[in-house]
Design a protein around this ligand. Structure first.
Ligand SMILES: Nc1ncnc2c1ncn2[C@@H]1O[C@H](COP(=O)(O)OP(=O)(O)OP(=O)(O)O)[C@@H](O)[C@H]1O
Ligand code: SF4
Ligand SMILES: [Mg+2]
Length: 380
């Protein structure tokens, strides 16, 4: 059994809602509301769920960018909330984050060299062999960019390249855990595949553990060993990738999967469509009992009053966790290859056309060059 590297216990984050002239607290946004799970050494835990369900908040809590309202996060058995500022600084080196938007997460006035070296400035006790410049060049190489472009600015790179820069910054301090908050959501489909492939390569090389937050179920399925499905600040289902995708037992997971595009037209008519009624309720006023009860087609009286706990349920082959009083396996036909993103992944695209130098200079440092002909991320 691999070691548990990160453990969240009953994590809660409520944001106060201020109102009136006196700006008094008139309510709470329950962004994350009692989430527990563990992340194992070397694994990728995918976190999926609709917009506003608390994925990013959870990501920030995991690396203590924000203090939880209650609950705790342990990194290798050490409870983060109990650490002094000094000890937390040390600990923070081991947990880094990669953000969604490569356009806004990089300072446009800084060179790529300065951006990637930022973690060394924040942690002066980490002195890379050969100095900062050498370390940055090595990092550029590691993420498939040309080390000679160290003095360029973010606008001189394409979206895919910028996300590679963000990843280089994320791994600069040689962390053990990388929280990836929608790292490929802003990228074109073909570029997504290349960046995900890079992340998988780095994971193997560096022994990283990933929390991979995304709303695209196909991307998450491709990269994840286990998957957590979130709904309104809570975890609805948690299991191995094949358990959650092939034998989901929470109605919400089943509905999400039924909305994923089936690429094979001969299978499309076989797939059940589960159409959810209504919008996601406000996290400031979540429904009583099971939070999904206002949209669930299986709802019973008990669901409205009694909150289901995230517990193991048999799935016919094994067992995994879900939070439903009436958990029951319902296979949603053929979701393995869900769209052309997955098709690219499944072909094992190793083409790195997104790293092509917009100025035309040769780049290719990482290329295992099979030249799949996948269109590159060519914007300058
Ligand atoms: N700093 C904050 N102050 C107040 N409310 C916040 C804050 N950060 C997040 N929220 C609220 O908490 C809820 C969860 O937000 P969060 O960003 O974690 O969701 P998400 O799942 O990452 O959504 P998305 O898929 O759109 O990125 C939302 O209702 C959001 O408006
Ligand atoms: S507990 Fe009830 S409302 Fe909630 S998901 Fe299960 S069946 Fe639906
Ligand atoms: Mg988010």
């Amino acid at each position: 059994m691999p070691e548990v590297i990160l453990k969240a216990t009953d994590l809660v984050k409520h944001y106060p809602i201020k109102g009136g002239i006196l700006r008094r607290t008139v309510g709470q946004v329950k962004a994350v509301d009692g989430v527990s799970f563990e992340l194992y050494q070397g694994e990728t835990l995918g976190v999926v769920g609709e917009s506003g369900c608390g994925k990013s908040t959870l990501g920030r809590l995991l690396m203590r960018l924000e203090e939880p309202t209650s609950g705790s996060v342990e990194f290798q058995g050490v409870e983060m909330q109990k650490q002094s500022t000094r000890d937390m600084r040390k600990l923070r080196r081991d947990i880094q984050i990669v953000f969604q938007d490569p356009y806004t997460s990089l300072n446009p006035r800084k060179t790529v060299g300065d951006i990637i070296a930022e973690p060394f400035e924040i942690h002066p006790d980490v002195v890379p062999k050969g100095g900062h410049r050498r370390a940055v060049q090595e990092l550029l190489e590691k993420v498939g960019l040309n080390p000679e472009h160290i003095n360029r600015f973010p606008h001189q790179f394409s979206g895919g390249q910028r996300q590679r820069i963000g990843i280089a910054r994320g791994i600069a301090l040689n962390p053990k855990v990388l929280i990836c908050d929608e790292p490929v959501s802003a990228l074109d489909v073909s570029v997504q595949a290349q960046v995900v492939n890079l992340m998988e390569k780095l994971q193997t090389e560096l022994g990283l553990s990933y929390v991979f937050i995304a709303h695209d179920l196909s991307v998450v399925r491709h990269i994840s060993d286990r998957v957590a499905v979130m709904y309104l600040g809570k975890m609805a289902e948690l299991g191995d990738e094949d358990q959650v995708y092939e034998r989901p037992h929470h109605p919400y997971t089943q509905a999400l999967l039924s909305a994923v595009l089936v690429p094979d037209p001969t299978l499309r008519h076989k797939r059940e469509q589960i159409v959810l009624v209504g919008d996601v309720p406000s996290p400031a006023n979540p429904p009583s009992g099971c939070r999904f009860h206002t949209r669930c087609w299986k709802v019973q009286e008990v669901c409205k009053v009694e909150e289901p706990q995230l517990v193991e349920h048999p799935d016919g082959v094994s067992q995994h966790r879900s939070a439903c009083h009436f958990a029951e396996v319902r296979t949603i036909v053929e979701t393995t290859v869900a769209d052309n993103t997955s098709l690219l992944f499944d072909k094992g695209v190793t083409d790195h056309s997104d790293v092509a130098d917009p100025a035309g200079a040769p780049v290719a440092t990482l290329v295992e060059a099979e030249g799949s002909g996948v269109p590159g991320d060519s914007e300058p």
